[in-house]
Ligand binder design. Structure first.
Ligand SMILES: Cc1cc2nc3c(=O)[nH]c(=O)nc-3n(C[C@H](O)[C@H](O)[C@H](O)COP(=O)(O)O)c2cc1C
Length: 162
């Protein structure tokens, strides 16, 4: 069977995901953030989560060097942030509401949930790296609905998935 990358991407897109922005700090203390749908829970005890980052991502080295990262789970009111942090635009952080927690990594306000994580392992995964983090602090909101990505588009929970 010949392997068709386009078909592979389309088939993967059938799996709906939430959308997160993974944040950290550069060596000079500047905030960085990337839109990431490959977030997953991994372990309850110890409390571990993971995300996968493209080897070609311009912030890869900063994420590898930083000892911490944060997962910020977006609500359906934050699609603009998702687009912004998936782009190469400068000034991505202009007007973004965030606060540092214990490690200093940016925790975005207005999200459904935030997880501050210590980086405990990085594994090779083809053309991506798998970042594993131990959750040190978190918060969640009872309000709001998730931003969902499905078949290459954002969809709302109320939208028909048929
Ligand atoms: C909804 C959505 C989900 C994404 N998920 C991932 C992901 O899981 N891993 C990843 O490496 N890139 C993912 N991306 C792409 C990155 O956000 C984008 O390539 C990156 O921010 C570009 O950074 P760079 O141009 O500075 O390298 C996603 C983009 C979108 C819009």
């Amino acid at each position: 069977m010949s392997f068709n990358p386009r078909t592979f991407r389309n088939a993967l897109g059938c799996f709906p995901t939430g959308v997160t922005i993974v944040t950290s700090l550069k060596e000079d203390g500047a905030p960085i953030g990337v839109t990431i749908s490959s977030f997953s829970s991994l372990s309850l005890s110890p409390p571990l989560v993971l995300f996968c980052l493209d080897d070609r991502n311009s912030e890869l080295d900063s994420f590898l060097r930083a000892g911490h990262f944060a997962i910020n789970v977006l609500s359906d009111a934050q699609q603009d942030l998702s687009d912004r942090f998936a782009s190469r635009k400068s000034g991505k952080w202009d007007g973004v509401s965030w606060e540092p927690w214990n490690s200093g990594v940016p925790i975005l306000n207005g999200c459904l949930a935030n997880f501050e994580c210590a980086l405990v392992a990085v594994h090779d995964g083809g053309d991506h790296r798998i970042f594993v983090g131990q959750v040190e602090r978190m918060r969640q909101s009872e309000e709001g609905k998730p931003l969902i990505y499905w078949r290459g588009n954002y969809v709302g929970l109320s939208d028909s998935l048929s």
